[in-house]
Design a binder for this molecule. Structure first.
Ligand SMILES: Cc1cc2nc3c(=O)[nH]c(=O)nc-3n(C[C@H](O)[C@H](O)[C@H](O)COP(=O)(O)OP(=O)(O)OC[C@H]3O[C@@H](n4cnc5c(N)ncnc54)[C@H](O)[C@@H]3O)c2cc1C
Length: 382
């Protein structure tokens, strides 16, 4: 067992670290404050090949793997989570369903644009009335000749309303199974399809430079060929996508937790109180030591989950543990980093204020902490 990074992984991590510090850090505070989407950063990430990282070259990808994506997400989130979640959602929730389950025609049509970062895709699972309980999905799609007619709404969908959003994959009830349960399927809805409306962006507590909307479908018609994978496989599809996505969110959470350590060390060495830098006080040193310990153990948990996934082994429990632990650690570290910054930690101009506001959603999105515990307990046979 060796969790040290090889030369290629280290080089990738270094280049993204430099990009985050030199390109993202100087401008992201302004985007955050104004709630604007960082198109220029997205364009540059596209040029770096980040949107195509874990995909095969034959589809326009970089031929890397999911762990490489996680390393990138960690480094981005160390500086800013809005940018990191934009990439995470674009790759893991946007392009991945088409890559994993799409027909050759669907892949040929959508993947080149999505993997170059020229276009983004959203993943529409959550609804205004149901999130954790996907069985409560109410959006319906009825086959009418050679078209699906979709009616319903989706809530909190990331990357669904940018100027470069090309499509949203939507889970919908398409019938009833022989056992009486809902038949769920996934359908591709291109942006601009009549009957598909994107509401104005939400006013959020955090992730303010990322794009999130409620979507409505009102007799929205798309070709029958827009079905993603097999009819009735929607449930299995999104479970797979979310299992993987949890490792990516864990990596993002570790990045935020590590960013809190970085900012706290810098501040503690500069800030003077009672005649010396506050970093000289053991109370502050111990806080930072604990933050580092938490970021480190959370990192090992996501490395382990990713290693199992890449080895083709079961990884559901480990992905849930990684996500649960890393998101808890991110919230803990953001709280402590803010405390170390005193009053300045409450000022939006300081990165730790952004980290604090961005940390809470990590315990909610892509499966709440309660859902992670349910997954772990179930996997333990309970
Ligand atoms: C900024 C943002 C971006 C998002 N992006 C996307 C996206 O791109 N695509 C998408 O589909 N969704 C997205 N989501 C939705 C997100 O995944 C859901 O908010 C999340 O899964 C929780 O669902 P919910 O909000 O409906 O909460 P609920 O499911 O209503 O849960 C409410 C509370 O009850 C708890 N709870 C529920 N069931 C149980 C149970 N059985 N036992 C114990 N406790 C339980 C939950 O843990 C939670 O604490 C996003 C959300 C946000 C805020």
């Amino acid at each position: 067992m060796d969790f040290r990074l090889d030369e290629e992984q280290q080089a990738l991590r270094e280049s993204v670290r430099d990009f985050a510090r030199e390109v993202v850090a100087p401008v992201i505070g302004d985007h955050y404050e104004k709630h604007t989407f960082p198109y220029e950063i997205v364009r540059q990430m596209g040029k770096m090949g980040l949107f195509g990282l874990p995909f095969a070259e034959e589809h326009g990808g970089m031929g890397g793997d999911y762990f490489a994506l996680c390393l990138v997400l960690e480094e981005l989130a160390r500086v800013d989570s809005s940018v990191a979640i934009t990439l995470e959602a674009a790759v893991s929730l946007g392009a991945m369903p088409i890559y994993r389950f799409g027909t050759e025609e669907q892949k040929a049509r959508w993947l080149p644009k999505l993997l170059s970062g020229e276009a983004l895709a959203g993943f529409g699972l959550t609804e205004p009335g149901t999130g954790s309980d996907a069985g409560g999905t109410r959006t319906r799609a009825v086959l009418d000749g050679d078209e699906w007619v979709i009616n319903g709404s989706k809530a909190f969908i990331t990357n669904s309303g940018t100027d470069i959003t090309a499509l949203v994959t939507v889970t919908a009830v398409t019938g009833t199974k022989p056992d009486g349960s809902k038949e769920l399927s996934t359908i591709i809805v291109p942006s601009g399809t009549p009957g598909f409306t994107v509401a104005p962006g939400y006013s959020k507590v955090g992730w303010n430079a990322s794009d999130t909307h409620e979507l409505t479908f009102d007799d929205c018609r798309v070709p029958a060929a827009n079905l993603l994978g097999e009819r009735g496989r929607g449930f299995a599809q999104f479970l797979r996508i979310l299992d993987e996505g949890r490792i990516a969110i864990a990596a993002l959470a570790v990045g935020l937790a590590q960013g809190c350590v970085d900012e706290s060390i810098t501040y503690a060495k500069e800030r003077q109180a009672f005649g010396q830098p506050i970093g000289n006080y053991q109370a502050i040193q111990f806080k930072i030591a604990d933050m580092e310990m938490k970021a480190h153990t959370a990192r090992l948990a996501y490395y382990d989950a990713a290693a199992r996934m890449l080895a083709g082994e079961p990884f559901k429990r480990q992905a849930a543990i990684a996500k649960l632990h890393a998101s808890t650690v991110a919230v803990d570290n953001a709280r402590e980093a803010t405390q170390i910054h005193g009053g300045y930690g409450f000022m939006n101009e300081y990165p730790v204020a952004r980290f604090w506001r961005d940390s809470k959603i990590l315990e909610i999105g892509e499966g709440t902490s309660e859902v992670q515990r349910m997954i772990i307990a179930r996997d333990l046979g309970m």
